[in-house]
Design a protein around this ligand. Structure first.
Ligand code: PLP
Length: 404
């Protein structure tokens, strides 16, 4: 077998640059006002978590999503942690979350000392399956004295965290409906799907509170960063309070709760303001990349192009295909090895959380769809800066690998 041309340690890491001549999976695109705004930070001495860019980034991000309040955080995982606390999740509560996701939301539930209830993906669009959510809440729990309790564990169910993976929204209407019925909070993990829409409504406004990420591989980046958005004024104030060490009196250092040092810095926010100016352009490019891949893979035996629901406006954050082992004569991992040998970064979808050693004590529900997707999926290079000839190289490498 040919040796991969990129170091094994970074080969599958989104955000990592490709080796010389290689094609990266998903790297930042810094071609706007980033440099000018960063210099402004240096020239004004505003480099830390106080500064005009932090407030401006919050204001402009809220306007972009259409939200009333936005609170900037050090990263998306911190945003999820604080959103859970803000939504009233308490120790020993249970929170329903997608099993097929990057691990951060599942970890965040544990940071709040609550327990994840892992929910399968739907086979059509790979997102949290609303039928499984309704099944769990209606048949595995009992409503008594104003609370919903898991019949098996006896613990209180407090919230649902749908994760809009890969740029595509979850079918959230049935999830919000059942959440309303049982008084549960809906916390959107929108970290992979900034700009996506669900039945015409922006992702981030579909539940009670939502989180975004500006990690290096996301649609826009601040190096590391996150954002909480909500329409609830009291929750917005609480989230801001918890992310800034829960200061009641800044002069006398009086703290009314155990807070966190989760505030974004002005330097990162400067990057964020510049990146946000380009977000619509970036989304248009992602959709163009997706259309080219879809065209190439539409009639390729054994390859399923990335789906998009008729009710979704996906931003195709990371374009992903499924490989049918039987039809192709090789599986997704063999394709990954062939792409690596050709200097092309690609990766499988995340190990579903119900298989994760880190979460073996989570509440499990049957998740056959997530397992099947995990076995078959390959995410392909999707950087905003991906050139047409690079994309043609990826298509040619996939074609060669599946037709051998
Ligand atoms: C990226 C991501 C996050 C947050 O990641 P950070 O690196 O902490 O900003 C959370 N959830 C999902 C599904 C993600 O992909």
């Amino acid at each position: 077998m040919a040796k991969p041309t990129v170091p094994a340690s970074t080969q599958f890491e989104a955000g990592a640059p490709a080796a010389a001549g290689g094609i990266a999976l998903c790297v930042p695109e810094l071609r706007g006002n980033e440099r000018a705004y960063l210099l402004e930070c240096l020239d004004t001495n505003f480099v830390s978590s106080v500064g005009p860019f932090v407030n401006r980034f919050e204001r402009e991000f809220a306007r972009y999503v259409g939200a009333t309040h936005a609170i900037a955080t050090v990263n998306g995982t911190a945003a999820l942690h604080v959103a859970l606390l803000t939504a009233g999740v308490e120790p020993d509560d249970e929170v329903l979350v997608s099993t097929l996701t990057f691990i951060a939301p599942v970890n965040a539930i544990r940071y709040a000392n609550a327990w994840p209830v892992l929910i399968d993906a739907d086979p059509a669009f790979w997102q949290m399956d609303p039928d499984r959510v309704v099944w769990f809440l209606e048949t595995q729990c009992r409503w008594a004295s104003g609370e919903l309790r898991n019949l098996t564990t006896g613990r209180r169910v407090r919230a649902i965290m749908p994760v809009h993976i890969l740029g595509h929204p979850v079918d959230v209407d049935p999830i919000v409906a059942v959440a309303r019925k049982f008084g549960l909070a809906v916390i959107e993990d929108a970290t992979e799907s900034l700009g996506a829409r669900y039945r015409g409504r922006a992702v981030g406004l579909l539940g009670d509170i939502a989180c975004f990420s500006f990690n290096g591989n996301k649609l826009i980046t601040t190096g590391a960063g996150g954002m909480i958005v909500t329409e609830n004024e009291a929750w917005a104030a609480r989230a801001k309070y918890l992310t800034t060490q829960a200061k009641d009196d800044a002069l006398e250092f009086v703290h009314g709760a155990v807070g966190y040092n989760y505030r974004l810095t002005n330097i990162q926010a400067a990057l964020g303001v510049a990146q946000l100016e380009l977000v619509d352009e970036f989304i248009a490019v992602k959709r163009r990349i997706a259309a080219t891949y879809a065209n190439a893979f539409r009639d390729m035996a054994g390859v399923t192009p990335m789906p998009a629901a008729p009710w979704a406006q996906s931003v195709f954050w990371l374009y992903t295909i499924l490989i049918d082992d039987a039809a192709v004569g090789k599986g997704s991992r063999a394709l990954l090895r062939a792409l690596a040998a050709a200097g092309i970064q690609a990766r499988p979808l995340w190990q579903p959380a119900h298989r994760s050693p880190a979460h073996q004590h989570a509440v499990m529900t049957p998740c056959p769809v997530a397992e099947s997707l995990n076995a078959r999926a390959v995410s392909l290079p999707s950087s905003v800066g991906l050139t047409e000839s690079e994309q043609a190289r990826v298509v040619a490498a996939v074609t060669a690998a599946v037709s051998q």
